[in-house]
Design a protein. Sequence first.
Length: 256
Amino acid sequence: MSDPAPDTDKLPESSLISHLLELRDRLLRAMIATLVIAVPCLYFANDIFSWLSAPLLAQMPPGTSLIATSVVAPFMTPFKLALLAAFFFAMPVILYQIWAFIAPGLYRHERRFALPLFVSSVVLFYAGAAFAYSVVFPTAFRFFVKTTPEGVRMMTDITQYMDFAVLLFFAFGLAFEIPVATVLLVRTGLVKLQTLTSNRGYVLLAIFIIAAFLTPPDPISQTLMALPMYALFEAGIIMARLLVRARPPDPEGDPA
């Protein structure tokens, strides 16, 4: 007597459940990594805030300082900053868990293509944050201090400063992903390389508009983001052109 045939209606359901379980495990690992990194970040919360505020304090006039306009701000602001720092430092683990979740569904040649992009995206994200801290912060704060009206004493609230600084960190981190985004657009065929190269003027205009949304409302931060973004766009064009020239024919095999 032969075995009963499997119920094909249940196969998609079981596959969906297995994918959801794997997604849960990946998210749990990312959360655990963030919590583990948060422990030392919380311990050094005040030191992290001192490091973050150093570029502004270096530009402020003598006799001025940051202030706290709320009773709980001296505790809550470094606490929130420590949690954001944990998320920031855990970004490679988070991105890896996302990549590991989608990797089994990729072809072998797509995996070879995706892994360098993953590494590049992590490096560029931290490069953008480092650029914001080392170049944008001193330049923007020097501009703000020098343009302070006569008779106004600059004393910035620590919570507002933290929000401003964290926004710039993540904004520049995301902005530096332009080469990866450009390569993906060309590699997937969503945009032709010739279209990007022939519309550089529109791209430059779009970059300045995006920079205006991602940065605080001042021309210094906007320009300091837009110019590197356009340079990275040109770098993405070069990378995409090299990739298109070296692109082998797509294999017809199944995913590895």
